[in-house]
Design a protein around this ligand. Sequence first.
Ligand SMILES: [Fe+2]
Ligand SMILES: [Fe+2]
Length: 385
Amino acid sequence: MTLSDVRNQTDLSERVSIDRTGNRILIIEDQPEIRRLLAHYLMTQGYETKTAENGLDALFLLEQWRADLVTVDLNMPIMDGHDFIEKSVIRWPDMPIVVVSGIGAVDQAVDALRIGARDFITKPIENFSLVNNTIEKALEAAELIRQNRDYQQNLEKKVEKRTIELEEIKRQLLYSLGKSAEYRDNETGRHVIRVGKICLLLAEAMGMDSTLAKTFAEAAPLHDIGKIGISDIILLKPGKLTAEEWTIMKKHCEIGCDILRDYSSAKEHDGVEFEEIIRMGDDIGALSLLEMAMVIALCHHERWDGEGYPCNLSGTQIPLIGRIVTVVDVYDALGSERPYKKALSEEICQKILREGKGSHFDPQVIDVFFANINEVLAIKKEWMD
Ligand SMILES: [Fe+2]
Ligand SMILES: [Fe+2]
Protein backbone atom coordinates (compact mmCIF):
# COMPACT_ATOMS: atom_id res chain seq x y z
CA MET A 1 0.00 0.00 0.00
CA THR A 2 1.39 3.39 -0.98
CA LEU A 3 1.39 6.54 1.17
CA SER A 4 -1.35 7.91 -1.12
CA ASP A 5 -3.58 4.93 -0.45
CA VAL A 6 -3.20 5.32 3.30
CA ARG A 7 -4.13 9.01 3.09
CA ASN A 8 -7.00 8.23 0.80
CA GLN A 9 -8.56 5.67 3.13
CA THR A 10 -8.12 7.80 6.26
CA ASP A 11 -9.48 10.91 4.64
CA LEU A 12 -12.46 9.18 3.10
CA SER A 13 -13.52 7.74 6.43
CA GLU A 14 -13.33 11.13 8.18
CA ARG A 15 -14.79 13.29 5.45
CA VAL A 16 -18.32 14.68 5.50
CA SER A 17 -19.76 14.39 2.02
CA ILE A 18 -21.07 17.68 0.65
CA ASP A 19 -22.41 18.33 -2.84
CA ARG A 20 -19.87 20.60 -4.51
CA THR A 21 -21.50 20.64 -7.96
CA GLY A 22 -20.89 23.88 -9.80
CA ASN A 23 -17.87 24.95 -7.75
CA ARG A 24 -15.21 26.58 -9.89
CA ILE A 25 -11.74 25.10 -9.99
CA LEU A 26 -8.75 26.59 -11.78
CA ILE A 27 -6.04 24.11 -12.74
CA ILE A 28 -2.57 25.66 -13.10
CA GLU A 29 -0.25 23.17 -14.79
CA ASP A 30 2.38 23.50 -17.53
CA GLN A 31 2.18 19.90 -18.75
CA PRO A 32 -0.73 19.77 -21.25
CA GLU A 33 -1.66 16.13 -20.71
CA ILE A 34 -1.89 16.45 -16.89
CA ARG A 35 -3.82 19.72 -17.33
CA ARG A 36 -6.36 18.09 -19.63
CA LEU A 37 -6.60 14.95 -17.52
CA LEU A 38 -7.27 16.89 -14.31
CA ALA A 39 -9.75 19.21 -16.01
CA HIS A 40 -11.62 16.30 -17.54
CA TYR A 41 -11.72 14.32 -14.31
CA LEU A 42 -12.94 17.27 -12.21
CA MET A 43 -15.62 18.08 -14.80
CA THR A 44 -16.93 14.54 -14.50
CA GLN A 45 -17.14 15.16 -10.74
CA GLY A 46 -19.47 18.13 -11.36
CA TYR A 47 -16.97 20.98 -11.05
CA GLU A 48 -16.72 23.89 -13.44
CA THR A 49 -13.07 24.12 -14.53
CA LYS A 50 -10.65 26.40 -16.33
CA THR A 51 -6.93 25.93 -16.92
CA ALA A 52 -3.79 28.08 -17.00
CA GLU A 53 -0.27 27.19 -18.16
CA ASN A 54 1.60 29.17 -15.53
CA GLY A 55 1.14 31.36 -12.44
CA LEU A 56 1.03 34.65 -14.32
CA ASP A 57 -1.74 33.55 -16.70
CA ALA A 58 -3.62 32.22 -13.68
CA LEU A 59 -3.41 35.57 -11.85
CA PHE A 60 -4.86 37.35 -14.92
CA LEU A 61 -7.60 34.77 -15.33
CA LEU A 62 -8.62 34.91 -11.65
CA GLU A 63 -9.24 38.65 -11.95
CA GLN A 64 -12.14 37.84 -14.28
CA TRP A 65 -13.09 34.37 -13.16
CA ARG A 66 -13.20 33.93 -9.37
CA ALA A 67 -12.35 30.33 -8.59
CA ASP A 68 -13.54 28.54 -5.46
CA LEU A 69 -10.27 26.58 -5.44
CA VAL A 70 -7.06 26.31 -7.47
CA THR A 71 -4.74 23.40 -7.99
CA VAL A 72 -1.21 24.51 -8.76
CA ASP A 73 1.91 22.80 -10.04
CA LEU A 74 5.13 24.04 -8.42
CA ASN A 75 7.61 23.90 -11.30
CA MET A 76 6.37 25.97 -14.22
CA PRO A 77 7.94 28.52 -16.58
CA ILE A 78 7.25 32.31 -16.43
CA MET A 79 5.79 32.21 -12.90
CA ASP A 80 6.18 29.12 -10.73
CA GLY A 81 3.78 27.81 -8.11
CA HIS A 82 5.67 29.34 -5.19
CA ASP A 83 5.37 32.87 -6.63
CA PHE A 84 1.77 32.30 -7.59
CA ILE A 85 0.85 31.23 -4.03
CA GLU A 86 2.66 34.21 -2.50
CA LYS A 87 0.76 36.65 -4.71
CA SER A 88 -2.66 35.01 -4.67
CA VAL A 89 -2.92 34.56 -0.88
CA ILE A 90 -2.65 38.34 -0.57
CA ARG A 91 -5.18 39.04 -3.35
CA TRP A 92 -7.65 36.22 -2.50
CA PRO A 93 -6.91 35.10 1.07
CA ASP A 94 -10.03 32.89 1.27
CA MET A 95 -9.36 30.90 -1.91
CA PRO A 96 -8.02 27.43 -1.03
CA ILE A 97 -4.91 26.29 -2.93
CA VAL A 98 -4.02 22.64 -3.46
CA VAL A 99 -0.46 21.97 -4.67
CA VAL A 100 0.11 19.21 -7.24
CA SER A 101 3.82 18.49 -6.96
CA GLY A 102 6.27 15.92 -8.25
CA ILE A 103 6.92 13.00 -5.94
CA GLY A 104 10.50 14.17 -5.43
CA ALA A 105 9.51 17.69 -4.45
CA VAL A 106 8.24 17.11 -0.91
CA ASP A 107 10.39 19.94 0.50
CA GLN A 108 8.88 22.35 -2.01
CA ALA A 109 5.38 21.13 -1.15
CA VAL A 110 6.00 21.67 2.56
CA ASP A 111 7.29 25.15 1.77
CA ALA A 112 4.09 25.81 -0.24
CA LEU A 113 1.98 24.80 2.78
CA ARG A 114 4.01 27.20 4.90
CA ILE A 115 3.22 30.17 2.64
CA GLY A 116 -0.50 29.48 2.40
CA ALA A 117 -1.37 26.35 0.37
CA ARG A 118 -4.09 24.26 2.02
CA ASP A 119 -2.95 20.74 0.99
CA PHE A 120 -0.92 18.84 -1.60
CA ILE A 121 -1.24 15.93 -4.01
CA THR A 122 1.75 14.14 -5.51
CA LYS A 123 2.34 13.47 -9.19
CA PRO A 124 2.08 11.16 -11.04
CA ILE A 125 -1.57 10.95 -10.11
CA GLU A 126 -2.46 7.31 -9.75
CA ASN A 127 -5.57 7.58 -7.68
CA PHE A 128 -8.05 10.23 -8.81
CA SER A 129 -10.41 9.69 -5.92
CA LEU A 130 -7.56 11.06 -3.75
CA VAL A 131 -7.64 14.23 -5.85
CA ASN A 132 -11.37 14.49 -5.33
CA ASN A 133 -11.04 13.82 -1.64
CA THR A 134 -8.31 16.44 -1.15
CA ILE A 135 -10.27 19.07 -3.09
CA GLU A 136 -13.48 18.45 -1.16
CA LYS A 137 -11.61 18.66 2.14
CA ALA A 138 -10.00 21.97 1.12
CA LEU A 139 -13.37 23.37 0.00
CA GLU A 140 -15.01 22.30 3.24
CA ALA A 141 -12.26 23.91 5.31
CA ALA A 142 -12.60 27.14 3.31
CA GLU A 143 -16.36 27.08 3.80
CA LEU A 144 -15.94 26.56 7.55
CA ILE A 145 -13.51 29.47 7.76
CA ARG A 146 -15.97 31.66 5.82
CA GLN A 147 -18.92 30.64 8.03
CA ASN A 148 -16.85 31.24 11.15
CA ARG A 149 -15.86 34.69 9.96
CA ASP A 150 -19.47 35.56 9.05
CA TYR A 151 -20.55 34.40 12.49
CA GLN A 152 -17.81 36.49 14.10
CA GLN A 153 -18.79 39.56 12.10
CA ASN A 154 -22.45 39.01 12.94
CA LEU A 155 -21.56 38.73 16.59
CA GLU A 156 -19.50 41.93 16.45
CA LYS A 157 -22.42 43.75 14.78
CA LYS A 158 -24.80 42.46 17.47
CA VAL A 159 -22.46 43.58 20.26
CA GLU A 160 -22.08 46.98 18.61
CA LYS A 161 -25.87 47.35 18.26
CA ARG A 162 -26.41 46.28 21.86
CA THR A 163 -23.75 48.75 23.09
CA ILE A 164 -25.49 51.59 21.24
CA GLU A 165 -28.83 50.51 22.75
CA LEU A 166 -27.33 50.43 26.25
CA GLU A 167 -25.76 53.88 25.73
CA GLU A 168 -29.16 55.19 24.67
CA ILE A 169 -30.86 53.62 27.70
CA LYS A 170 -28.24 55.20 29.98
CA ARG A 171 -28.78 58.57 28.32
CA GLN A 172 -32.55 58.31 28.70
CA LEU A 173 -32.31 57.20 32.34
CA LEU A 174 -29.98 60.06 33.24
CA TYR A 175 -32.19 62.54 31.44
CA SER A 176 -35.24 61.18 33.29
CA LEU A 177 -33.35 61.41 36.58
CA GLY A 178 -32.45 65.05 35.92
CA LYS A 179 -35.96 65.83 34.75
CA SER A 180 -37.58 64.16 37.77
CA ALA A 181 -35.77 66.60 40.08
CA GLU A 182 -36.53 69.54 37.83
CA TYR A 183 -40.18 68.54 37.44
CA ARG A 184 -40.98 69.51 41.00
CA ASP A 185 -40.59 73.22 40.37
CA ASN A 186 -40.53 73.35 36.56
CA GLU A 187 -43.12 71.16 34.93
CA THR A 188 -41.78 71.06 31.37
CA GLY A 189 -38.36 69.76 32.34
CA ARG A 190 -36.95 71.65 29.37
CA HIS A 191 -34.66 73.65 31.66
CA VAL A 192 -32.39 70.60 31.91
CA ILE A 193 -32.36 70.13 28.13
CA ARG A 194 -31.41 73.78 27.55
CA VAL A 195 -28.74 73.65 30.27
CA GLY A 196 -27.19 70.56 28.64
CA LYS A 197 -27.20 72.07 25.16
CA ILE A 198 -25.85 75.49 26.16
CA CYS A 199 -23.16 73.85 28.32
CA LEU A 200 -22.06 71.80 25.27
CA LEU A 201 -21.92 74.97 23.17
CA LEU A 202 -19.81 76.88 25.71
CA ALA A 203 -17.52 73.95 26.54
CA GLU A 204 -16.70 73.41 22.85
CA ALA A 205 -16.24 77.17 22.34
CA MET A 206 -13.76 77.12 25.23
CA GLY A 207 -11.79 74.39 23.47
CA MET A 208 -12.86 71.36 25.52
CA ASP A 209 -12.26 68.03 23.74
CA SER A 210 -15.49 67.17 21.94
CA THR A 211 -16.00 63.73 23.58
CA LEU A 212 -15.47 65.27 27.02
CA ALA A 213 -17.77 68.16 26.15
CA LYS A 214 -20.52 65.68 25.19
CA THR A 215 -20.11 63.79 28.46
CA PHE A 216 -20.19 67.11 30.31
CA ALA A 217 -23.40 68.07 28.47
CA GLU A 218 -25.00 64.81 29.62
CA ALA A 219 -23.87 65.35 33.21
CA ALA A 220 -24.91 69.02 33.49
CA PRO A 221 -28.69 68.34 33.46
CA LEU A 222 -28.25 66.45 36.76
CA HIS A 223 -27.02 69.56 38.60
CA ASP A 224 -30.19 69.94 40.71
CA ILE A 225 -30.80 66.23 41.35
CA GLY A 226 -30.48 67.03 45.09
CA LYS A 227 -33.77 68.94 44.96
CA ILE A 228 -35.40 65.52 45.32
CA GLY A 229 -34.41 65.71 48.98
CA ILE A 230 -35.89 69.18 49.61
CA SER A 231 -39.40 69.46 51.01
CA ASP A 232 -42.13 70.91 48.77
CA ILE A 233 -42.94 73.44 51.48
CA ILE A 234 -39.53 75.02 50.94
CA LEU A 235 -38.98 74.22 47.26
CA LEU A 236 -42.37 75.54 46.13
CA LYS A 237 -42.77 78.34 48.69
CA PRO A 238 -44.10 81.37 46.79
CA GLY A 239 -42.54 83.97 49.07
CA LYS A 240 -39.05 84.63 50.37
CA LEU A 241 -37.37 81.83 52.29
CA THR A 242 -36.52 82.31 55.96
CA ALA A 243 -32.86 81.98 56.97
CA GLU A 244 -33.56 78.48 58.27
CA GLU A 245 -35.41 77.42 55.08
CA TRP A 246 -32.59 78.84 53.00
CA THR A 247 -30.06 76.74 54.90
CA ILE A 248 -32.12 73.65 54.07
CA MET A 249 -32.53 74.72 50.41
CA LYS A 250 -28.76 75.08 50.04
CA LYS A 251 -28.40 71.43 51.09
CA HIS A 252 -29.54 70.31 47.62
CA CYS A 253 -25.90 70.52 46.46
CA GLU A 254 -24.63 68.05 49.06
CA ILE A 255 -27.71 65.83 48.69
CA GLY A 256 -27.16 65.70 44.90
CA CYS A 257 -23.52 64.82 45.42
CA ASP A 258 -24.45 62.05 47.88
CA ILE A 259 -27.06 60.57 45.50
CA LEU A 260 -24.50 60.36 42.68
CA ARG A 261 -21.59 59.36 44.92
CA ASP A 262 -23.07 55.85 45.22
CA TYR A 263 -22.40 55.30 41.51
CA SER A 264 -18.90 56.74 41.43
CA SER A 265 -15.41 55.91 42.63
CA ALA A 266 -15.94 58.35 45.52
CA LYS A 267 -18.07 55.61 47.09
CA GLU A 268 -14.87 53.71 47.76
CA HIS A 269 -13.89 56.33 50.28
CA ASP A 270 -17.09 57.01 52.11
CA GLY A 271 -16.83 60.11 54.20
CA VAL A 272 -14.63 61.83 51.64
CA GLU A 273 -14.77 65.57 52.25
CA PHE A 274 -16.82 67.53 49.75
CA GLU A 275 -13.78 69.70 48.98
CA GLU A 276 -11.93 66.58 47.93
CA ILE A 277 -14.74 65.59 45.56
CA ILE A 278 -14.63 69.06 44.04
CA ARG A 279 -10.87 68.58 43.44
CA MET A 280 -11.76 65.56 41.29
CA GLY A 281 -13.20 68.13 38.89
CA ASP A 282 -9.71 69.50 38.18
CA ASP A 283 -9.05 66.50 35.92
CA ILE A 284 -12.32 65.94 34.09
CA GLY A 285 -10.63 63.67 31.56
CA ALA A 286 -10.35 61.09 34.36
CA LEU A 287 -14.03 61.32 35.33
CA SER A 288 -16.98 59.15 34.34
CA LEU A 289 -20.26 60.81 33.42
CA LEU A 290 -21.70 60.24 36.90
CA GLU A 291 -18.54 61.52 38.58
CA MET A 292 -18.76 64.69 36.49
CA ALA A 293 -22.42 65.02 37.50
CA MET A 294 -21.42 64.56 41.13
CA VAL A 295 -18.85 67.36 40.94
CA ILE A 296 -21.33 69.64 39.16
CA ALA A 297 -24.14 68.92 41.65
CA LEU A 298 -21.78 69.91 44.43
CA CYS A 299 -20.31 73.10 43.00
CA HIS A 300 -22.90 74.70 40.72
CA HIS A 301 -23.75 77.31 43.39
CA GLU A 302 -20.18 78.35 44.15
CA ARG A 303 -19.37 81.92 43.12
CA TRP A 304 -16.26 83.34 41.47
CA ASP A 305 -15.86 85.81 44.41
CA GLY A 306 -16.07 83.04 47.03
CA GLU A 307 -19.51 84.06 48.32
CA GLY A 308 -21.26 80.92 47.07
CA TYR A 309 -22.05 77.59 48.72
CA PRO A 310 -21.53 74.92 49.99
CA CYS A 311 -17.71 75.20 50.16
CA ASN A 312 -17.10 78.95 49.64
CA LEU A 313 -14.56 78.23 46.93
CA SER A 314 -13.45 81.07 44.68
CA GLY A 315 -12.01 81.62 41.19
CA THR A 316 -10.34 78.61 39.62
CA GLN A 317 -10.70 76.63 42.85
CA ILE A 318 -14.12 75.89 41.37
CA PRO A 319 -13.77 73.30 38.57
CA LEU A 320 -14.41 74.73 35.11
CA ILE A 321 -17.42 72.44 34.55
CA GLY A 322 -19.00 73.94 37.69
CA ARG A 323 -18.26 77.50 36.57
CA ILE A 324 -19.87 76.88 33.17
CA VAL A 325 -22.99 75.26 34.68
CA THR A 326 -23.35 78.19 37.14
CA VAL A 327 -23.59 80.71 34.29
CA VAL A 328 -25.91 78.57 32.16
CA ASP A 329 -28.14 77.52 35.07
CA VAL A 330 -28.61 81.05 36.39
CA TYR A 331 -29.20 82.45 32.90
CA ASP A 332 -31.83 79.83 32.07
CA ALA A 333 -33.52 79.88 35.49
CA LEU A 334 -33.88 83.68 35.31
CA GLY A 335 -35.68 83.37 31.99
CA SER A 336 -37.95 80.53 33.19
CA GLU A 337 -41.22 80.77 35.08
CA ARG A 338 -41.30 78.96 38.43
CA PRO A 339 -44.12 78.60 41.01
CA TYR A 340 -42.46 81.34 43.07
CA LYS A 341 -41.42 83.73 40.26
CA LYS A 342 -42.20 85.07 36.80
CA ALA A 343 -39.81 84.65 33.87
CA LEU A 344 -37.54 87.67 33.35
CA SER A 345 -37.08 89.25 29.92
CA GLU A 346 -34.10 88.27 27.80
CA GLU A 347 -32.68 91.77 28.20
CA ILE A 348 -32.75 91.58 32.01
CA CYS A 349 -31.31 88.02 32.02
CA GLN A 350 -28.35 89.21 29.96
CA LYS A 351 -27.94 92.34 32.11
CA ILE A 352 -27.75 90.20 35.29
CA LEU A 353 -25.10 88.01 33.68
CA ARG A 354 -23.03 91.03 32.61
CA GLU A 355 -23.29 92.58 36.07
CA GLY A 356 -22.27 89.31 37.69
CA LYS A 357 -19.09 88.98 35.59
CA GLY A 358 -16.11 88.71 37.98
CA SER A 359 -18.31 88.58 41.09
CA HIS A 360 -20.87 85.78 40.70
CA PHE A 361 -19.49 84.43 37.45
CA ASP A 362 -16.17 83.45 35.88
CA PRO A 363 -15.37 86.42 33.56
CA GLN A 364 -14.00 84.10 30.85
CA VAL A 365 -17.19 82.00 30.77
CA ILE A 366 -19.27 85.20 30.53
CA ASP A 367 -17.13 86.39 27.59
CA VAL A 368 -17.58 83.09 25.77
CA PHE A 369 -21.31 83.15 26.56
CA PHE A 370 -21.77 86.57 24.93
CA ALA A 371 -19.47 85.70 22.02
CA ASN A 372 -21.93 82.87 21.29
CA ILE A 373 -25.15 84.64 22.26
CA ASN A 374 -26.87 83.99 18.90
CA GLU A 375 -26.41 80.22 19.26
CA VAL A 376 -27.57 80.44 22.90
CA LEU A 377 -30.74 82.27 21.82
CA ALA A 378 -31.35 79.68 19.09
CA ILE A 379 -31.21 76.87 21.69
CA LYS A 380 -33.49 78.85 24.03
CA LYS A 381 -36.00 79.36 21.21
CA GLU A 382 -35.91 75.74 20.01
CA TRP A 383 -36.46 74.33 23.51
CA MET A 384 -38.87 77.00 24.78
CA ASP A 385 -41.19 75.98 27.67
FE1 LIG B 1 -29.13 74.26 42.12
FE1 LIG C 1 -31.15 74.37 37.36
